[in-house]
Design a protein around this ligand. Structure first.
Ligand code: BES
Ligand code: MN
Length: 454
């Protein structure tokens, strides 16, 4: 290697020097409403990919925008110095829709600071992930001690439909010894985490039909089942009385190693007084290790406009989270069979698939993971990272593991428990973000020292 090794204190100074520019570029990214969902303006996803490409070009990477029938992803590469390992950095540039605008305290696509947090859709999930990678690259400048390939996906929040094809088409460019996925959450403010598992997900629609047209609710009501009551009855079969998912055929991954204090969990979730938690077992078992099922939306007449008529058809969107180790195809078949078998009153029930992603389990042993632990400990002033599971999903990970079974995977946090990703008033804790950027920089330095041996 020709470049002299940079010391830890030089890296700290370099990250501190880069932070204001990183923050400004994060704000620029937040202003681009790149939503991959159907029905949204996909030219914004293009703009977002362009903006990411520009940032990466500025880090002396060889950059291209790629797609395979879906939304644009950005790949940037820089070859490894002789003998040094190559690190793949992952993040996504697409964001979730903003939902009810009136619930936001500031414009969702403006970055606004309040009380040490930066508010805006994607400020945390996952534009902070992109900028953590950029921060590390900028901190090293020309002295980057590892090879880098960065992959910034453009449709993670919409189920990564073209991801498998993209990975296959760019397989050679994406090969790496270590992969850093900056799209998870830390344990608490001041306490870092390394993610050991994520749940899978299957989203689908269930439609119930009982009539071929709407009819007068007084003239026919009584003997005739309306579709909305029928749908409600069907949905109620999905949990048992204790709130456990009651669908046969979904697996359970056994107990988690860490527990989440119940009071803290209730507060972070914003659960109202008196509302009970669903299911049995430790909170972390229910959150990380067991399946979960939620109704995300229903198409039915709006109450303000509903006439006195029996509703002929109603449709719900359902999301099932799968335990680590479960299989998305089998799980979908199990839920579909459950819904068809439980059709109330002979109603017509049809289930249609939306999208899915496999769960994953990540092995946190070996010298490269130890190198990551030590980088985190240093960035958080001696606080050891907690090994956590995550209830959310990143479909990329299982796909990537299948393709590159040898690669060491590090799933790192940019969010904290107060980030409100996917909800109104999403935000990034700026103090923690500074640590995240430092941790990733130190991580690359330590991975370079550890070399390519796993
Ligand atoms: N960043 C999240 C995954 C995540 C959630 C990590 C919670 C840590 C804690 C990711 O962007 C995400 O939300 N993924 C989607 C995937 C789905 C659309 C296939 C999800 O989990 O809903
Ligand atoms: Mn994300």
């Amino acid at each position: 290697m020709t470049s002299p090794t940079i010391t830890e204190s030089e890296l700290r100074a370099a990250v501190a020097r880069e932070l204001p520019g990183v923050r400004a570029d994060l704000e620029r990214l937040v202003r681009i409403p790149g939503i991959a969902f159907e029905g949204f303006d996909h030219t914004q996803v293009e703009r977002s990919a362009e903006a990411v490409a520009e940032l990466l070009r500025g880090c002396s990477l060889d950059v291209r925008i790629v797609r395979s029938g879906g939304q644009p992803a950005v790949i940037g590469t820089r070859p490894a110095p002789p003998g040094a390992p190559t690190v793949l950095l992952y993040a996504h540039h697409d964001v979730q829709p903003v939902g009810d605008r009136s619930l936001w305290e500031s414009e969702p696509f403006e970055a606004v600071e309040r009380d040490g947090r930066l508010y805006g859709r994607g400020a945390a999930d996952d534009k902070a992930g992109i900028m953590a990678h950029v921060a590390a690259l900028r901190a090293f400048g020309d002295a980057l001690p590892v090879g880098v390939v960065i992959f910034v996906e453009g449709e993670e929040e919409y189920g990564s439909d073209s991801l498998e094809r993209l990975l296959a088409e760019h397989r050679d460019a994406l090969a790496a010894d270590v992969i850093v996925i900056a799209d998870s959450v830390n344990w608490d403010i001041g306490v870092p985490a390394l993610t050991t598992s994520l749940r899978g997900v299957v989203n689908f629609f269930v439609e119930v039909r009982t009539l071929d047209h709407a009819i007068h609710s007084g003239m026919f009501g009584g003997p005739v089942p309306d579709a909305l009551t029928t749908l409600a009855r069907l949905l109620s079969t999905l949990h048992d009385d204790a709130g456990n998912v009651a669908v046969d055929g979904l697996t359970d991954a056994g107990p988690a190693a860490v527990e989440y204090p119940q009071d803290r969990f209730r507060a972070e979730a914003g659960l109202l007084d008196g509302v009970s938690l669903l299911g049995t077992g430790q909170i972390t078992d229910r959150l990380w290790r067991k399946p979960a099922l939620a109704v995300l939306g229903i198409d039915a007449p709006a109450t303000a406009e509903a006439p006195n008529a029996l509703v002929p058809a109603a449709k719900a969107k359902i999301s099932v989270r799968l335990a680590p180790g479960d299989d998305r195809k089998r799980a979908y078949a199990a839920v579909q069979a459950h819904l068809e078998r439980h059709a109330p009153w002979g109603a017509q029930v049809s289930v249609t698939f939306e999208h899915d992603g496999d769960p994953c389990v990540i092995d946190l042993s070996g010298p490269l993971v130890d190198a990551a632990r030590s980088a985190f400990r240093t960035a958080w002033d001696g606080t050891e990272p907690v090994e956590i599971g995550v209830g959310g999903s990143i479909p990329f990970i299982a796909t990537f593991q299948e393709m590159f079974p040898q690669a060491v995977i590090l799933v790192t946090g940019v969010e904290d428990p107060h980030a409100r990703a996917h909800g109104p008033n999403e935000s990034l804790h700026l103090g923690e973000f500074a640590r995240v950027c430092l941790a990733e920089t130190l991580l690359l330095a330590r991975v370079a020292e550890a070399g390519t041996g796993h």
